[in-house]
Design a protein around this ligand. Sequence first.
Ligand code: SF4
Ligand code: SF4
Ligand code: FES
Length: 323
Amino acid sequence: MRLKLKIRRCDPMKTGACSPFLQAYDVEAEEGMTVLEALISIAETDDPSLSFRRSCRSAICGSCAVTVNGFPKLACNTQIIPEHRKRGQLVLEPLANHRVLKDLIVDMDPFWRKFEKTTPFLIPKEEPEGGWKITGEDQAVIDDSQKCIMCGSCNAACNTLDVDPGFVGPAASAKAWRFVGDVREADGERRLKDLSAEHGVWDCVRCMHCTEYCPKGVDPLKAIEQLRSRAMGAGIVDNHGAKHTLAMAESIKRVGRLDEAAMTFKTLGILRSLGMIPFGLKMEIHGKMPHPIIFPAIEKMEEVKKIYEAVEEKRKKERGGEG
Ligand code: SF4
Ligand code: SF4
Ligand code: FES
């Protein structure tokens, strides 16, 4: 079966700048053939100038991630016939949110810098007498994050990275959780402080793309949520994200719904909130925000109260019955 593959190409080394263009290739597709096998076949028989990365061919090394029909995927474990059938075409492009070096090869340096910043190694506490005894539960906490093969697919799919290249990103966050969540780690609090700063984990907009497109089931969003929760638990709350979370919890506890005006003041402080007043007025005129002063609680407050009491009770139990 002959299939047409369109590949977004560009060669800044030749032209001085990346002027991408789509090039079409015909491939003799066999059942089970992967995108990577198709690329290798094109490079070997048709066009040796086509550039792409690969190594293990077994979804282990993380080097072959590309955009397949608009979504980040590993070329070596994506089959071309089902992909073509699903979308009626097969378009390969370099990973989004990464600078293109040539054809499907992107600059991974910023990706590695983000890892570097998270201190990607264990800083161990003093070993207890008799050595560490790591339980299955201890291990389960960090299991997912250890599966990362550093392919960059999650960063390519990340909505925050799309607008803020300085954001720590899902891949480095998952790696950070691997150490913060490790019972042997001695420097967790310092890590959490760094990750709670500007461009840190609070900038994630929870679009879930990282978790959806990770080919190894790492769940970077879960790692980010755990990092946020751990940071707040350690009292690291002097940042917009944590303040916003506390304001939201307080608003629901008080009136059973979001009091946007109060939340803005509590999150941004009085001075910065003043600048938001014209925006707030517009929202209110269009019925997008409740009145900032006339703001009754919902009818079923009793039920909300019960939820908060249940959460408090659970927390007490987790802390071993302390108040
Ligand atoms: S959930 Fe957060 S980290 Fe993951 S892709 Fe969306 S914005 Fe990025
Ligand atoms: S978390 Fe998943 S998608 Fe992100 S780099 Fe690791 S393996 Fe790739
Ligand atoms: S070639 Fe190694 S993950 Fe695809």
